[in-house]
Write a protein that binds this ligand. Structure first.
Ligand code: MG
Length: 267
């Protein structure tokens, strides 16, 4: 009886192995013809601009920004003063790196404590605020999409220390007639911590108007906000996102390494 059981168990194991071997005899081919991915040399650290980045502030000057001359640039750092600044160049989908630091000593409360902001396409704000042990309404704290959604967690460093935002921006798309075709999506990593995960924006992030999309250009400037607080910025760069595009050269198929035959994949 026992011998019989062992034989059965062995048989089951062998059948399993044979099935797995058979499965590996087939190889899936998508039929897609892809261009070779471009080579990008990464920065020394992940905070440094890769070789294909557009550097918007490298610590020297704000010449990439309209009104940049009105902010204070000293010791590699730009400090907010008097006015918003906006990039001279316009951008759509992008990967944006920004480092910022809340003022020291910390002054003011709630929305008046180290407030600034990064506006993608001029109207979609990712909040910059001193949210280290300082309360405000949650959808107005650092890393919120202002008035739409709070960050999933609060990953703030104390005032004076540097915070990093890595932002993946997917611009909204509009129909010819002005209707929304596809909303904007944003992912934000704050100091290495995911705080926005492909969030679908409801429209512009206004203080006084409910969010509602209004058709705009495919590319628009990035704006850094003056909210009357001397927030500091450094190391700002972005990469324009260009999806890799392939062509369906042939229908997908399975290639058998046993028979050498190709079998079309049924839809
Ligand atoms: Mg703000």
């Amino acid at each position: 009886m026992r011998k019989q059981l062992l034989q059965t168990a062995l048989f089951v194991v062998l059948i399993g192995l044979a099935t797995e071997a058979r499965a590996q005899n087939n190889e899936y081919h998508s039929g897609m013809k892809w261009p070779e991915p471009a080579i990008v040399t990464p920065g020394v650290t992940n905070a440094d601009p890769p070789s294909d980045a557009i550097v918007l502030f490298d610590g020297k000057d704000l010449s990439a920004w309209e009104n940049g001359e009105q902010w204070i640039v000293k010791d590699g750092v730009a400090t907010v003063k008097d006015t918003n600044i906006r990039t001279k160049q316009k951008f759509g989908d992008c990967q944006l790196h920004v480092e910022w630091s809340a003022p020291v000593p910390a002054k003011g409360k709630s929305q008046w404590r180290g407030n600034s902001g990064i506006f993608l396409m001029e109207v979609y704000e990712i909040q910059v605020l001193d949210s280290y042990e300082s309360k405000t309404y949650f959808d107005g704290q650092a890393g919120s999409l202002y008035k739409q959604v709070p960050p999933m967690v609060n990953a703030m460093r104390p005032p004076g220390e540097w915070n990093g935002y890595d932002i993946i921006w997917n611009a909204p798309r509009f129909q010819e007639n002005g209707e929304l075709k596809k909303p904007a999506y944003v992912t934000v990593i704050h100091n290495g911590v995911l705080i926005q995960n492909h969030y679908e924006l409801k429209g512009p992030t206004r203080y006084d108007v409910p969010p509602k999309y209004v058709r705009h250009e495919a590319k628009l400037p990035i704006v850094l906000q003056n909210h009357g607080n001397p927030v500091r910025y450094r190391n700002i760069w972005l990469r324009e996102i260009k999806p890799i595009v392939g062509e369906q050269a042939e229908p997908p198929y399975l290639h058998s390494h046993v028979t050498g035959k190709d079998t079309p994949v049924k839809e």
